[in-house]
Design a protein around this ligand. Structure first.
Ligand code: NAP
Ligand code: HSE
Length: 440
């Protein structure tokens, strides 16, 4: 039986999950592939740390060159995260003609094209299923199954940590920080959780998907990115009263002459599918021109689901080595030769309905000042909720006024917020959330 030797770089949440799966299901994998995948080395930063699987310690090294210079290693699995060290290990491994499996969305979003070119140059595989939506095989879906379709749009809940926090705040009334701590304890969050809660991790994943579905090389900095840190219990309650829940969405859409690529919290109708994706679960709702709509759902983060994606890639790379058919299709391959020159649209140019929360003095005339500004900027109001009583005695108190607008241009909303925030009746910054009226 052919043996395929691998090295795992990183032995944290994903690395130890990958180790556990390969050990526990070794016989199953041998029966199904005819290949024996053996872990030859494991790269860690701290050789002395106490960890699960103490028996793995004999495989540890803290020197990357022990991995990429080892002629016996066929596949390098990069699950350590970060940019510089991870990039160096990946590029050096590819140069040494080793196939690479990575879960590193941050690196791919910034350097994906360079990495794929290096893999192509060396005729080896670069596989990255675990980089987007943890245990959902969405990379295979867009790069294989949907290869023949033009993608009209894609809406994704792509960050397990944020979705977990929003769900816990909504269903159990937990505080933001308590819910974040739980997500960290469960192994969902990034090493620096601001990547999760500020939408950056979702934007990394969206950049990878945009590259694959629209044949464009995305400038990551052009993706409009807003996270969930501004969302309060009050917003969740108001959204509920209007018939919505709040989700952190990644949106990719093709329009005439431009592409939309944006990440932000959104109000989604409570009876829509995406509204009912909860906890660590992710979902991607995609419309292809021939397939029509389809939905992919599963656990978006955590050790075992992510390990399942990583091992799927290891097995694919191993079979390709065995059959001598490496470097068949990275997903970026054709794209690097046929890139389209489509720009991402500025968020200001896009229209949508908006949820606007104003924190203002509880005094007569406030509503008319706000609605005057909105009307001069062509923003019409669909509905309003005002909590609190207006009396002359309590005009120093803050009250929240919440409005839902009709479809309005992003630029006009921005101008309105600037003007309203400059009024003396405004106590703190106006908070807005886009409303996504998709039909799932
Ligand atoms: P983690 O728990 O922090 O583990 C990182 C591991 O990499 C640790 O074992 C660490 O070593 C090792 N490491 C880090 N920098 C190193 C360096 N310079 N040299 C040698 N070893 C180094 O992270 P994780 O959650 O497993 O995530 C790993 C990657 O998978 C990241 O790119 C992440 O974005 C991605 N990902 C994570 C999930 C998830 O649910 N967690 C899902 C999908 C993708 P020590 O143990 O010695 O400190
Ligand atoms: N931190 C990421 C998340 C891990 O919460 O979705 C999976 O990519």
């Amino acid at each position: 039986m052919k043996k395929i030797n691998i090295a795992i770089c990183g032995f944290g949440i994903v690395g130890s999950g990958t180790y556990a799966l390969l050990k526990k299901n070794r016989e199953l994998l041998i029966n199904r592939t005819g290949l024996d995948i053996e872990i030859k080395k494991i790269l860690v930063a701290d050789m002395e740390k106490d960890r699960d699987f103490p028996e793995a310690k004999s495989l540890f090294t803290d020197k990357p060159e022990n991995i990429y210079l080892d002629k016996d290693i066929d596949i390098v699995v990069e699950v350590m995260g970060g940019i510089q060290s991870a990039e160096s290990i990946i590029i050096n491994s590819l140069k040494k003609k080793k196939s690479v499996v990575t879960a590193n969305k941050a690196l791919l979003a910034l350097k994906g094209f360079d990495i794929v070119r290096e893999a192509e140059k060396n005729s080896v595989d670069i596989l990255f299923e675990a980089s987007v939506a943890g245990g959902i095989p969405i990379i295979r879906i867009v790069k294989d199954f949907l290869l023949s379709n033009n993608i009209e749009y894609l809406y994704g809940i792509l960050n397990g940590t944020s979705n977990y926090i929003l769900t816990e705040m909504t269903q159990k009334k937990l505080k933001f920080d308590t819910a974040l701590k739980e997500a960290q304890d469960k192994g969902y969050a990034e090493k620096d959780p601001t990547f999760d809660i500020e939408g950056i991790d979702t934007a990394h994943k969206l950049a990878i998907l945009l590259n694959l579905i629209y044949d464009i090389k995305v400038d990551f900095n052009q993706i409009y990115t807003e996270g969930i840190t501004g969302i309060t219990d009050e917003d969740i309650k108001f959204a509920d009263e209007f018939g919505y829940s709040i989700k952190l969405l990644a949106v990719a859409k093709r329009s005439d002459g431009y592409i939309e690529g944006r990440v932000h919290p959104a109000l989604v109708k409570k009876d829509s599918i995406l509204s009912n994706i909860n906890n660590v679960y992710n979902a991607i709702y995609v419309k292809g021109d021939f397939l029509g709509s389809s939905l992919y759902y599963g656990r978006g983060a955590g050790s075992s689901p992510t390990a399942t994606s990583v091992v799927a890639d290891i097995v694919e790379a191993a079979i390709n080595i065995d059959k001598g058919c490496l470097s068949r299709k990275s997903g970026y391959t054709a794209l690097s030769k046929n890139l389209k020159k489509l720009k991402l649209a500025s968020i200001d140019r896009l229209s949508s309905r908006y949820y606007m929360r104003f924190s203002v003095a509880d005094a007569p005339g406030v509503l008319s000042k706000i609605s005057g500004i909105l009307s001069r900027l062509n923003i019409s109001i669909e509905s309003v909720i005002q909590k609190g009583k207006s009396t002359s005695e309590n005009s120093n108190l803050s009250v929240s006024i919440v409005m839902i607008t009709h479809e309005s241009l992003g630029y006009n909303i921005k101008k309105a917020v600037q003007q309203i925030d400059n009024l003396d009746i405004t106590h703190s910054k106006t908070f807005i959330i886009r409303i996504e009226d998709f039909y799932a």
